[in-house]
Design a binder for this molecule. Sequence first.
Ligand SMILES: C[S@@+](CC[C@H](N)C(=O)[O-])C[C@H]1O[C@@H](n2cnc3c(N)ncnc32)[C@H](O)[C@@H]1O
Length: 187
Amino acid sequence: MPFNHFDVISGIYDRWRRFDSSHPLIDLLDLPANGIILDIGGGTGRVARALTGKGRRVVVIDISAGMLLKARGKAGLVPLISDSAALSFPAERIDRVLIVDALHHIKKQQETIDEICRLLKPGGVAVVVEPDLKALFVKFIVVLEFVLLMGSHFLKERDLLDLFERKAGQVSSIVWRGNLIVKYIKD
Ligand SMILES: C[S@@+](CC[C@H](N)C(=O)[O-])C[C@H]1O[C@@H](n2cnc3c(N)ncnc32)[C@H](O)[C@@H]1O
């Protein structure tokens, strides 16, 4: 099995990173009651746990068994080990998809966005949150992940928007506290 940095840090990850409940992601997702929500590269479920309730099924998808083990301990989350580029769900069944701080760790970025667009129901929403390369502290993170040989591939805003090019739907973006947030609504 290849070395996975996230398996190593899974034990301390939640202590090191708290989810801010004022994050615009929550409003942008416009969560329906009783819907199916996928958190891709969702890790420990740090973000996903804020989305549970109202009959929603919240599935946390990740390739790190260590991270998912932490998600398993959180009420209301369904952990699923899978590569984001090949998700075994039928097309157009998913209400919402989020992918927070994970896309730059994913090798097959275009394939992952293609999967998200395939899975979403018409009218479904995807929100992608990535570090904004213009922020100073993000430049530090870029260097840190390079030094740690994490193989990260950070995206400029234009590159991130281009991943949704030719997808039927609306794409918009905002910047919030060093995060670049892209929202996609499928036609
Ligand atoms: C920085 S963590 C973010 C976790 C979570 N989204 C959060 O914000 O706390 C990035 C996650 O992406 C996962 N990941 C990397 N490549 C992946 C892939 N191809 N498919 C699914 N998950 C992947 C890692 O295992 C890791 O848990």
